[in-house]
Design a protein. Structure first.
Length: 127
């Protein structure tokens, strides 16, 4: 339990330090905000997830409050999230528009991820 708290605190501090302003919310809260959002599913122990935090921070800075970026830490309920949203690995990024999934991405390559995110933001939201 202590390791879980310590790991999540470390991720929260890293997110705060990087300037990511979106909330890390339990699924009950985020369900209401899936209308137009990019949701990143991650675990605090995943090195690729930690690597992607600055990438998502840059996207957040670039698009400001035009896009809602939501981070969901799935360590305690991996089976639920992986079954509910149909993914096998983290980080997984899912794009929602009007409550419907429009696209998903699961690469740990920064260039591929940034290109994919920007292309989908343009295609899905016209930004």
């Amino acid at each position: 339990m202590f390791d879980y708290i310590k790991n999540n605190l470390l991720v929260l501090l890293l997110i705060g330090f990087l300037g990511i302003t979106s909330s890390i919310s339990p699924v009950a809260d985020t369900e209401k905000r899936y209308d137009n959002a990019i949701v990143m599913f991650y675990t605090s122990s995943c090195p690729y997830c930690k690597y992607m935090l600055p990438v998502m921070s840059q996207i957040q800075r670039e698009y400001g409050n035009k896009i809602n970026i939501i981070f969901i830490e799935i360590s305690r309920n991996q089976t639920f999230y992986k079954t509910e949203y149909g993914f096998r690995t983290v980080p997984t990024i899912i794009y929602f528009k009007d409550g419907k999934e429009m696209a998903r991405h699961g690469s740990n390559n920064k260039t591929v991820t940034v290109t994919f995110i920007k292309n989908n933001i343009a295609a899905i939201w016209g930004i």
